[in-house]
Ligand binder design. Structure first.
Ligand code: GRF
Length: 217
């Protein structure tokens, strides 16, 4: 079967990109990354892409007079590559309603919290401040509202009493690197449907576990 063609959009480090590259390299994985696009010319993720032999291009937002023109160029680069799905992986520009509409249910993002809690930036510091026992991460379809949209996969990550935003981010990142490839695989296998803004996954086992977080686990 043909593999799903994926564009990954980044702005920086690209560790989620690296997790997706590694997953796609496994024999039989149903998706392939055909292009990586960064809005930041110095994004480290560009190096990761090129090292893996993937076409990597820069669409620098500051080179365009308006967001509409930036997004037009972005869309053109994605279409020219022949992408069928767009994965945002640490892509730090807000996309307009028109872009989200054009790519509806073909545009996904990863966010470092259990959405819909803690949308926006600095999630780890805000979660520690709020005293939540579980942090986590979410892969979701993108809608026009920031960090909103049907949830595909989530992972819960325990918060420890002595966590700093950095240690919590590090533990969360390890979970991100597992759920992003999982979400991509489920989509590429054609098992993900959005029904009334809720994601149904064909063949998914019902969740059974109840996990208590004793904080010091
Ligand atoms: C990740 O924490 C991701 O959830 C958020 O931005 C960060 C990107 O990290 N959207 P990386 O560039 O993938 O290493």
């Amino acid at each position: 079967m043909a593999r799903l063609k994926v564009a990954v959009l980044i702005s920086g480090r690209g560790s989620n990109l690296a997790a997706l590259i590694e997953a796609c390299a496994a024999p039989g994985f149903p998706a392939e990354i055909i292009t990586v696009i960064s809005n930041e010319p110095d994004a480290y993720g560009l190096k990761r892409a090129r090292a893996a032999g993937i076409a990597a291009t820069i669409v620098n937002h500051s080179a365009f007079p308006s967001r509409a023109e930036f997004e037009a160029a972005l869309g053109e680069a994605i279409r020219a590559a022949g992408a069928e799905l767009v994965c945002l992986a640490g892509f730090m520009r807000l996309l307009s309603e028109g872009f989200a509409r054009e790519w509806r249910d073909r545009l996904i993002n990863i966010h470092p919290s259990l959405l819909p809690a803690f949308r926006g930036l600095n999630t780890h510091a805000r979660m520690i401040e709020a005293g939540v026992r579980f942090a986590g991460c979410t892969v979701h379809f993108v809608r026009t509202e920031m960090d909103a949209g049907p949830i595909i996969v989530q992972a819960a990550v325990p918060v420890r009493q002595d966590d700093t935003p950095e240690t919590l981010a590090e533990r969360t990142l390890a979970a991100e690197h597992r759920i992003y490839p999982l979400a991509l695989r489920l989509i590429a296998e054609g098992r993900v449907r959005v029904v009334h803004e809720v994601v149904h996954i064909d063949g998914a086992a019902p969740a059974e576990a109840v996990v208590l977080n004793p904080l010091e686990a």
